[in-house]
Design a protein around this ligand. Structure first.
Ligand code: MG
Length: 234
């Protein structure tokens, strides 16, 4: 199998809460080109590049596509003058300000939901009422939880979305992260390749798999025999 480039998921594929997963370095070494495509909506590409460097993986921030940072980049490109209410981390807030975005606490034109460990009743009220008043709702990723330690779940952006929808009603919203096409398309673009020349390697059929196959990108589950064969063929 001749594959030039890969889009690779991060959590559960290369790393987990404890560190690097077995085979991660070998997997990356299998490809001439790759980009990380992750629904992370709390950190910036530079932060994750530094963290991965500390784990022994040298990856340029330009090749790390994250749902939260990509959502801000998308708004900065399409609606640079919009008043934006960000429900998200201080890291993302700083990233958005560096992109020139105008963050506001009331009367926004856009509400952006990302992973916010400091989510509060007041933030829920502000975001829900803004959306009810006509602000556009953008969601970094639709995941409700991700796996934590000892079988626990870690609440994700989709849980905050569920809270806003419970209050605001059945309003339309736009999802940036997987399985929607935006992150995949940006990664293909960064690598300068077509869908037919790429594979997506991940651990989640519903986000990595469904999203990739919708765009005509072959999907390989990191825990499958096909992935083991890929490593053996190296
Ligand atoms: Mg994953």
């Amino acid at each position: 199998m001749q594959i030039r480039a890969s889009l690779i998921d991060l959590d559960g594929t290369l790393i987990n809460g404890q560190g690097l997963l077995p085979g991660a370095k070998e997997l990356l070494a299998r490809f001439d080109h790759f980009a990380l495509v992750s629904n992370d909506s709390e950190h910036t590409p530079v932060h994750l590049a530094n963290r991965l460097c500390g784990l022994g993986l040298s990856i340029s921030p330009e090749h790390i596509l994250l749902a939260g940072a990509a959502a801000l980049e998308s708004i900065a490109k399409e609606r640079p003058d919009a008043r934006v209410m960000l429900v998200g981390s201080t890291m993302l807030s700083q990233y958005g300000q560096d992109l020139g975005l105008h963050f506001v606490g009331h009367d926004p034109e856009i509400v952006l939901l990302a992973r916010d460990r400091n989510f509060t009743y007041a933030k829920l009220a502000a975001a829900s009422n803004a959306v009810r008043s006509g602000a556009e709702l953008i969601v970094a990723n639709p995941d409700v939880t991700h796996p934590g330690q000892d079988g626990d779940v870690v609440p994700e952006t989709g849980a905050l979305l569920a809270a806003v929808l419970a209050c605001a009603g059945d309003v339309p919203y736009r999802v940036i992260g997987k399985p929607e096409p935006y992150l995949f398309e940006r990664a293909l673009n960064r690598l300068g390749i077509r869908p037919a020349d790429a594979v997506m390697i991940g651990d989640n059929l519903l986000t990595d798999g469904v999203g990739a196959e919708r765009l005509g990108i072959e999907y390989i589950d990191v825990n499958s025999a096909a992935c083991a064969n890929l490593l053996k063929a190296a």
